[in-house]
Design a protein around this ligand. Structure first.
Ligand SMILES: [Mg+2]
Length: 360
């Protein structure tokens, strides 16, 4: 079949508060309560972070990625539970195979997010809306979970749309509405535009995507190099990245840049602990095992060091990551220079088969 010449129709599905929703699914008495999934606020000297929280907890100002000690100050009455990644990954597997039935092309981007290209089976956006309603109904009855869906002619807009009316949202951006949809949004609504880029753009008088779209392409490439072309395309609603199955990745890396260069190694270690949790979460979300753990340390002045260590066998064990990261970092512990960035990386990956090892 020749590729259709009409606009593409892409759905972005993002499960609502996925970890807390999984917890509520197996313990319905938690529904409606401020539920926080993450580190233990009372153990480990309050180290570690919030991995996810229910909408009720968000009303208290709790956010994912926040230090657990801060969350506890904001919401001492909250219910704090340790993550059970095996359970989340199993649930995600079932959700994803349910969603896959609705797509011509399917691209899972995390444990709870996926793009569906439905252009070959939906002749119009109206049909895609009907399909999205079916997706929501089936997911609700099969798994008791809600999902927010964005429907748009490309991936970046579909993602922004799914974020508009959470939870249980359904937001459609038809080709004719792309410009009006994008114009008023803040530039940081673009996935991949972080704090630094946002601040840089603000300093140059660019607050909204509409304003960004008006900047001459040449100027954007001067500012951001090749990445500028991508950004300009998104701002103008003409991004065309296809929805495609992701090949098996070679590594999973996460990094944290500090807002100020840090000398206090306690702060750096806290950041490393969050990175351990995050990289482990992504490993389980993608159903992978690893053999090699690496760290990256960048000092002020951009001197960067990487170190790695290989385990004897393939594992998915969080404690192995923590132990290796800790021992690799020891080399830098006495260094007096200020640290700008730290990263953790898992490589030598292979798919996990069958059930995963029980996590402590
Ligand atoms: Mg989500």
């Amino acid at each position: 079949m020749p590729p259709s010449l009409g606009p593409r129709i892409i759905l972005h599905c993002d499960l609502d508060a996925f970890y807390p929703s999984c917890e509520i699914k197996r313990n319905p008495s938690l529904a409606g309560k401020p539920l926080i999934v993450g580190a233990d606020p009372k153990g480990g000297h309050g180290r570690g972070v919030v991995m996810s929280c229910s909408y009720e907890a968000r009303k208290f100002g709790v956010r994912s990625g926040m230090p657990i000690s801060q969350a506890y100050k904001l919401c001492p009455q909250g219910i704090y539970v340790r993550p059970d990644f095996e359970f989340y990954a199993e649930t995600s597997d079932r959700v994803m195979s349910l969603l896959r039935k609705f797509a011509d092309r399917f691209e899972q981007t995390s444990i709870d997010e996926v793009y569906l290209d439905v252009g070959d089976r939906c002749a119009s956006f109206d049909e895609a809306i009907k399909l999205a309603r079916r997706v929501k109904t089936e997911l609700k009855s099969a798994e008791g979970l809600t999902v927010s869906v964005g429907i748009a002619p490309n991936k970046s807009i579909a993602k922004m749309a799914s974020d508009m009316n959470k939870p249980d949202g359904l937001t459609t951006v038809r080709p004719d509405d792309v410009k009006t949809f994008l114009e008023p949004l803040s530039v940081n609504k673009i996935s991949g535009v972080g704090k630094k880029t946002t601040e840089f753009l603000q300093e140059h008088g660019v607050e909204t995507i509409g304003q960004l779209s008006q900047i001459p392409a040449k100027k954007i490439t001067d500012w951001f190099g090749k990445g500028g072309v991508w950004l300009w395309g998104i701002a103008n609603g003409i991004e065309e990245t296809p929805v495609e199955e992701r090949p098996l990745r070679k590594s999973i890396s996460v990094e944290q840049t500090f807002e100020r260069d840090i000398q206090n190694k306690g702060v750096v270690k806290e950041a490393l602990e969050s990175l351990v949790l995050e990289v482990h979460e992504r490993l389980l979300g993608e159903r992978l095992l690893f053999r090699t753990v690496g760290i990256k340390v960048r000092f002020e002045g951009f001197q960067t060091f990487t170190r790695e260590k290989t385990h004897t066998g393939y594992v998915d064990d969080q404690d192995v990551i923590r132990e290796y990261v800790g021992s690799l970092f020891r080399e830098f512990e006495k260094d007096r220079r200020r640290i700008r960035l730290v990263g953790a990386r898992l490589s030598d990956l292979k798919p996990a088969e069958g059930r995963q090892t029980r996590l402590g």
